[in-house]
Design a protein around this ligand. Structure first.
Ligand code: CP
Length: 340
């Protein structure tokens, strides 16, 4: 299943890259989530580092702002012992007019194995995948996809709820501008969950009729049946017109206020990809409840991204296996080798 076509991956070898959730079949999703367990355990060690990607170089190429995704990919690569390069557009020759293609070819000339790309335009990571021999991971492109966010969200939900088959997930808010919504719909549906979108008509894309989901404009109606209430940020930077009458009215009709949160079942998770607008899509006190697993999502993001980098670079699927670990390494990873 794929929800978008404008940023298609035609002529891209999706086994070498992670560009969209639709690049993954159910068994590959399960494999990534199972492998994440191992890297969560690595993160809990005194020295949270393994030699799996020693000698490999991972580049972060972020043309759009990020806190969580950029730092967690950087941490993931370092915990796998890869060398890292970070590219800040604001301090690069992009500001002198260098194109994306020339930028990637310049970086590739230095010797890289993976490039993590975020761009405000849909399809840029797929385009870069056509220009480079490195593995490309989409860290968010326009309204299109954010596959590692969907993986870390699925991992977090699964760690609390177990199998997601038949679970009810609501994705609430600005679906129209959200790559997270598109990725998470694909992910949760692939895992057997029932997905309901909750948003005003102006914040829903017109094509939702073709998606395997339900739609409602009444959040109060769905709250009691939810296992996951997934809130989206109002992406005001992507709106070129006023799509809600006012923030106050949006909060009144769609915000997860403390009163509304009382309607959720005790076990229901409150999730948000961040960054949050406290007091808009989520009340501040709701964001700080034990069932709000928002910082847990961030923590799991490091382990999920370790799993993604390991499978693309360290498992022999992309290039030759790295040198085996030598005994001067502090600790070696075991389960990922079993997973290759
Ligand atoms: N969730 C997410 O993508 O956050 P950042 O924009 O901070 O990376």
């Amino acid at each position: 299943m794929t929800l978008t076509s404008e940023a298609g991956t035609a002529a891209v070898d999706t086994s070498r890259h992670l560009l969209a959730v639709s690049d993954l079949d159910r068994s590959q999703i399960d494999e990534l989530l199972d492998l994440t367990d191992t890297f969560v355990e690595v993160g809990q060690r005194n020295i949270p580092k393994v030699p799996a990607l020693r000698g490999r170089t991972v580049v972060s190429l972020f043309f759009e702002d990020s806190t969580r995704t950029r730092l967690s990919f950087d941490t993931a690569a370092k915990r796998l012992s890869a060398d890292t390069m970070s590219f800040a557009v604001s301090a690069s020759s992009v500001n002198k007019g260098e194109s994306v293609r020339d930028t990637i070819e310049t970086i590739e000339a230095m010797g890289i194995d993976a490039v993590i790309v975020r761009h405000r335009s849909s399809g840029v990571p797929a385009q870069i995948a056509r220009w480079t021999n490195a593995a490309v991971v989409n860290a968010g492109d326009g309204w299109h996809q954010h596959p590692t966010q969907a993986l870390l969200d699925a991992y977090t939900a699964r760690s609390h709820l177990g199998d997601l088959e038949g679970r009810h997930v609501a994705i609430v808010g600005d679906v129209k501008h959200s790559r997270v919504a598109r990725s998470n719909i694909e992910m949760f549906v692939a895992l057997g969950a029932r997905v309901t979108l909750v948003a005003p008509p102006t914040l829903l894309p017109p094509e939702t009729g073709a998606w395997p989901i339900e739609v409602t404009h009444d959040i109060d109606h769905v709250l009691p049946s939810l296992d996951v209430c997934y809130l989206l940020r109002m992406q005001r930077e992507r709106m070129d017109e006023a799509l809600v009458p006012s923030i106050r009215e949006y909060v009144a009709r769609y915000g997860l206020t403390a009163r509304r949160a009382e309607k959720l079942q005790d076990h229901a998770l409150i999730m948000h990809p961040g960054p949050m607008n406290r007091g808009v899509e989520i009340a501040s006190e709701v964001a700080d409840r034990p069932t709000a697993v928002i910082t847990e999502q961030v923590a799991n993001g490091v382990a999920v991204r370790m799993a993604v980098l390991f499978l693309l670079l360290g498992s022999g699927r992309h290039r030759a296996d790295p040198e085996p670990a030598t005994d001067h390494e502090p600790e070696s990873v075991t389960a990922p080798e079993a997973a290759t």
